[in-house]
Design a protein around this ligand. Structure first.
Ligand SMILES: [Zn+2]
Ligand SMILES: [Zn+2]
Length: 137
């Protein structure tokens, strides 16, 4: 089992306490957090943390390939620690974002297209199961 410290080092990131805490948060919480969410959840653990640090750290993670920037929410930049190609579903009512695995993504390409996929950004919007049920009442 790789530690967060090793993971960051392998991607050329100097593992400071703040960076390790932010990376851990991304790996443990698949909520596709915003800068605010990460800041709010970590500030009691790291009193020296600022929103600017969170933002700059996430930018570094995206550049070095340990996080993805998710362009699915018009109001907030969101980040993802899951690096395997996957699609996102966003509920228009409650705003939840759910990962959709795409093991078959290669099949979306025309046959013999002659290229391989490294990254994919697929955003699907609608109503989640919970919101569909609630709107019926
Ligand atoms: Zn919903
Ligand atoms: Zn995701």
């Amino acid at each position: 089992m790789k530690t967060t410290q090793q993971y960051l080092l392998e991607h050329g990131i100097k593992p400071s306490v703040q960076r390790m805490a932010i990376m851990d948060y991304l790996l443990k919480n698949h909520t596709h957090p915003t800068v605010d969410e990460i800041y709010t959840n970590l500030q009691h653990k790291i009193p020296t943390l600022s929103k600017t640090t969170v933002y700059n750290t996430l930018k570094l993670f995206v550049k070095q390939g340990t996080a993805l920037f998710i362009d699915i929410d018009e109001k907030n930049a969101r980040f993802d620690g899951v690096m395997e190609a996957h699609a996102h579903f966003r509920c228009k009512q409650c705003g939840c974002i759910i990962d959709i695995p795409l093991p078959e993504i290669q099949h979306l390409l025309p046959e013999n297209a002659g290229f391989s996929i490294d990254e994919a950004y697929i955003n699907i919007k609608g109503l989640c199961e919970k919101c569909q049920t609630e709107s019926c009442n």
